[in-house]
Design a protein around this ligand. Structure first.
Ligand SMILES: Cc1ncc(COP(=O)(O)O)c(C=O)c1O
Length: 463
């Protein structure tokens, strides 16, 4: 297929040309090494200039542990607090309303909410089927403390939530109890973007809202002045690739007051006493940042945010939309000589309210599923990086792959499976069905050639 045909169908792609220039200058190692990177939902890629600018800071300055008040400590504090303020600006959050808590990643942010949210009998944890496991995992805190746990189902084929059904679930918040509703702004399985309007709606009905922005934030502007979830977890490496090991929990100050942190650590208290057996938690973010923050890497977060701002989120979103549309259209039209389609797509087939991850399974000419691991192995041989499995999103996977509750019960209650179940045991259990899928995700510096190379790889699978 020609680039001209693509441009004719997606003329706005030309408005994103600046990303081609950037790819040539700041991400040249992609083409120099011949890598076709299609796992942006797994992790973003960093620009050379981000690393250089970070290195310059480290090479020129002297930085000490920010828990002191000596000159090198204060130098580190200035950088950390500068980055913190920048995170708020990036998400258009009012500092009077939101706090930024630095965490190791999105999962670390979610753990803070899970372990400190006041779940109790009468309370409720409501979550959509397509949450990441780090959001699913919060249900264990809810179960342990006697709160009800309910999943909102997904509807095939798009893997979206039926709005009227959601309304029925949102009606179930019990006044006077603590109710938490969690959903991804963008699913990391189907790439469905759920409406951000649910946030205010749920809050009006008595829910605190946890909006998982980990897969959404890399290619969409999250505006916390317009939409005001109580808790927003995210990972910075997913947005701009570098540094890894840092994420944040953006939390409304009012919501933070609700949390009961179950312990204290260095840096989280104003006073703690051994003989008095007493401690006083610090205010705001300090109460939740256990020990010393990653003060040498946090400056790289600010550099990453500046890098994103210098490009503009609208340009990134538009590029991803164009490439995803083209990819879906040409992937889903591939047909074997027998008339059997090469792929079955899981998620929306249009670019409307969806992001840049395309999840599918591949089939041979007789309609038999091709193991996703075999697709990955073949892709690896030609330097195409894609993701396979269920991407830590088992709920969406179960719905997409048609794995029923009964089948899962049989599997989990099978002999020897009470305590331990390997992924191979699981595959055997759901014999004949796919246990996962292939995810191709497009990102900030993807280009037409990446997509064409992948489509040509797929054409080579036709029989
Ligand atoms: C939607 C979503 N939430 C949460 C996470 C967890 O992020 P991390 O592994 O960086 O903690 C991911 C990672 O893939 C994700 O895609």
């Amino acid at each position: 297929m020609s680039f001209a045909a693509f441009l004719q169908q997606y003329p706005t792609y030309t408005t994103t040309q600046k990303l081609d220039t950037l790819r040539a200058s700041d991400y040249s190692r992609l083409d120099a090494t011949g890598q076709i990177y299609l796992d942006y939902t797994g992790g973003g890629l960093y620009a050379d200039s981000q690393v250089r600018r970070h290195q310059e800071i480290l090479l020129k300055g002297v930085f000490g542990n920010p828990h002191s008040s000596n000159p090198t400590s204060m130098a580190a504090t200035r950088l950390v607090e500068g980055a913190r303020e920048h995170v708020l600006r990036f998400f258009n959050a009012d500092p009077a309303e939101y706090e930024v808590i630095f965490t190791p990643n999105a999962s670390g942010a979610l753990k803070i909410v899970g372990e400190a949210y006041p779940f109790a009998p009468g309370g409720h944890y409501l979550l959509t089927f397509d949450n990441h496991n780090s959001v699913n995992g919060i249900r264990e805190f809810a179960h342990a403390r006697g709160a009800a746990v309910t999943y909102v189902p997904l509807a095939l084929p798009d893997l979206r939530i039926i709005e009227t059904q959601l309304d029925g679930f949102l009606d179930r918040a019990r006044p006077g109890h603590n109710n938490l509703f969690a959903y991804p702004a963008q699913s990391n399985f189907s790439s469905v973007k759920h409406p951000l309007e649910w946030i205010a709606k749920a809050q009006q009905q008595g829910w605190d809202v946890l909006l998982d922005a980990a897969a959404f934030a890399p290619t969409n502007q999250l505006d916390l002045t317009r939409y005001k979830p109580d808790f927003v977890p995210l990972s910075f490496y997913k947005i701009f690739g570098y540094p890894t090991g840092l994420g944040a929990l953006l939390a409304k100050r009012t919501a933070l007051h609700k949390l009961h942190k179950p312990w204290f650590a260095g840096g989280t208290i104003t006073v703690a006493s051994v003989q008095g057996d007493k401690y006083y938690l610090a205010e705001g973010h300090a109460a939740f940042e256990d020990g010393t923050v990653d003060y040498l890497n946090i400056p790289a977060v600010e550099i990453g945010l500046q890098h994103m701002e210098s490009i503009g989120m609208e340009i990134i979103s538009e590029r991803v939309r164009c490439l995803t549309g083209w990819l879906i259209e040409h992937l889903t039209e591939l047909t074997h000589s027998t008339g059997v389609k090469l792929v079955r797509l899981y998620g929306p087939a249009s670019t409307e309210a969806r992001g840049g991850a395309v999840t599918a399974n591949f089939f041979d000419k007789n309609g038999r599923p091709i193991d996703h691991r075999s697709i990955e192995e073949q892709a690896n041989k030609v330097n195409i990086s894609l993701r396979t499995g269920c991407f830590c999103n088992p709920g969406a996977g179960e719905v997409a792959l048609g794995i029923s509750r009964v089948e899962l019960d049989v599997c989990f209650n099978g002999p020897g499976h009470e305590e331990r179940l390997t992924i191979d045991d699981f595959r055997l259990c759901i014999d004949g069905k796919s246990s996962g899928a292939v995810r191709i995700s497009v990102g900030m510096v993807s280009n037409f050639q990446d997509i064409e190379t992948f489509l040509n790889f797929c054409r080579g699978l036709l029989q």
